[in-house]
Design a protein. Sequence first.
Length: 202
Amino acid sequence: MFFPLSHRYLHNSNGVDVNPTGAWEDGWTGEGVKIAIVDDGVLLTHPDLLLHSSLELSHDFYDEDANPEPHSVDSHGTAMAGYIAANANDIDIRGVAYESTTAGIRFISPTESDYEAEEFDQVLSRASKHKMSEIDIYCHTWAPEEGFDMFTYMGDQTESSFSKVIQNGRGGKGSIIVFAAGHGMYSIVSRTQSHSRALTLK
């Protein structure tokens, strides 16, 4: 859930890498930026995340409580949080924005989710605008499970939340919404990843 400084995605001879080291050298470490991971939960007490994690900005919309900790077999959101924001440590491990503040927004449990379409749209809508006046970037790292095409369940309520977040988030400056391209083995033209109000990163 982190990038060792020798990791091939940091420096790759074929040019397929994240290459964040130049930004780090210029002082762009994520300090002051609040990033929410929208997924199956984030273990905020993980040693690689604890230093800059925020329970106050987090929420569990699946179990309806304040702690976004995932069930023991759900680890995707925690792993994604590590790639983004794992704290720099003495064994040269860090996330891309290693001094950013991490929040967890849990709205699914891939091992249990049984949402109907309308319910899914409602829960994702609420999760997508949680603490929008404070959160700078929403990283939607969730993906559809085999036999459960969650992308098709996104509806008008989620669309409305995206609009509000982009226009009114961050105290009126607008928050940023990010989806992963090709996530869950879907093409970049899927409904989520080609959404007009979402930035897609590959």
